[in-house]
Design a protein around this ligand. Structure first.
Ligand SMILES: [Zn+2]
Length: 115
């Protein structure tokens, strides 16, 4: 366990394949490719979200970005998250509670332009 988040070995028993395992590992370690992360390695000119003008990292996209507000409401509902303002770790603890939530979370990522 990493806080309330199960470790990758536990989670990998629920995933369908290695591509999903790698995606989950990148989400947990916040090394998923976003404009904000690319900017840290000088590969992208602008780290800021064009809608919100905040650092466009995975945490911003999933938790804060106004561009994805409607998808966030649906995802929070499906994962039984009642508090709109949560931390990244709290989101992951809900997303990785069990195989059902993991599947919901992985399917939702494409709506956040993450996959
Ligand atoms: Zn934004």
């Amino acid at each position: 366990m990493i806080g309330n988040v199960p470790d990758i070995i536990t989670i990998s028993k629920w995933t369908e394949n290695r591509v999903q395992d790698r995606l989950i590992a990148r989400i947990i370690s916040k090394t998923i490719i976003t404009p904000g992360l690319l900017h840290r390695f000088n590969l992208h000119p602008d780290p800021l979200c064009i809608v919100c003008n905040e650092n466009n990292d995975i945490s911003h996209i999933l938790l804060k970005c106004r561009k994805y507000a409607s998808f966030r409401v649906i995802l929070w509902n499906k994962l039984n998250i009642v508090e709109p303002n949560i931390t990244y770790d709290v989101l992951l603890s809900h997303a990785f509670t069990n195989k059902k939530n993991l599947t919901i979370f992985i399917q939702a990522l494409k709506y956040f332009d993450i996959s």
